[in-house]
Design a protein around this ligand. Structure first.
Ligand SMILES: O=C(O)C(=O)CO
Length: 254
């Protein structure tokens, strides 16, 4: 049976992170993941995880100066010191709450110099993450939600993963972003399985509950089950109304 992880970057945003973890447990999720937990003391998150028995699967590196339009710093030439501070912060926070993955946000950049910066910073991240048994994830984002973002396709991510050559660097396969950018999801999931660290879902094109739109997730999740993929699938969608009112899709998998 497919298990699901509630992405608390989008679900139960009106609650504090610890209360969102409790809400995810009550709703029947098997795990949680988040985006930017840094305003919440790690101890409060750890307590909620212990109380509910849920694992936090991952978190993102902070984006930098959001008011100035930053969407991550790790591929931006000239900002290596800041990028590495954000990487350290994310790995330390992940270690404090036993989160196994850190998604490193590349930022808005393009070209060979950005690629070189991304690769050097990822080598730094992988080495540091290796000390705490953490996996680093990189995620292609679609050009509409993340204009100018450095990483836009699975092929580009796979090339970077191969070039960095670290065992703890994996692909975050977000079906929503990759359907918009490339499609061909079933074949890509099969072919890229060895490089995949985590899978996320949302309806396309509206990024709402994963029970409508152009992707048939019943089919995709059955296919993943047949492949033997048994880790929780990240539900990273924006609820159409409230999170609780939109959970019929989850009950349908129970
Ligand atoms: O949009 C996403 O999928 C992200 O993880 C960035 O917040």
């Amino acid at each position: 049976m497919t298990r699901f992880s509630a992405n608390l970057g989008f679900l139960w945003q009106e609650l504090s992170l610890p209360d969102a973890i409790r809400a995810a447990k009550s709703a029947g999720f098997d795990a949680v993941e988040c985006h930017y937990p840094y305003d919440t003391p790690a101890e409060a998150v750890r307590q909620a995880l212990e109380e509910t028995g849920l694992s936090m699967l991952g978190l993102n590196t902070a984006r930098g100066n959001i008011a100035a339009g930053d969407n991550g710093l790790v591929a931006i030439p000239g900002r290596e010191d800041e990028a590495r501070r954000l990487i350290d912060q994310a790995i330390d926070y992940a270690a404090a709450i036993d989160a196994r993955n850190v998604h490193v946000m590349a930022g808005k950049a393009a070209g060979d110099e950005a690629r070189g910066t991304f690769i050097a910073n990822l080598r730094y991240a992988c080495e540091r993450a290796g000390k705490t048994g953490t996996t680093i994830l990189i995620e292609p984002l679609n050009y509409r939600d993340a204009p100018g973002y450095f990483l836009q396709t699975a092929d580009q991510a796979l090339d970077i993963i191969a070039t960095v050559g670290a065992a703890n660097l994996k692909l975050m396969f977000d079906c929503y972003h990759l359907q918009i950018m490339q499609g061909d999801l079933i074949r890509r999931l099969r072919d890229h399985m060895a490089a995949i660290g985590h899978i996320q879902i949302a309806a396309v094109p509206d990024r709402r509950e994963p029970d409508h739109g152009e992707i048939d997730y019943r089919h995709i999740l059955q296919f993943l089950e047949k492949l033997g993929y048994d880790r929780p699938i990240g539900a990273e969608y924006r609820p159409a109304t409230t999170t609780d009112a939109g959970l019929a899709w989850l009950q349908a998998y129970k």
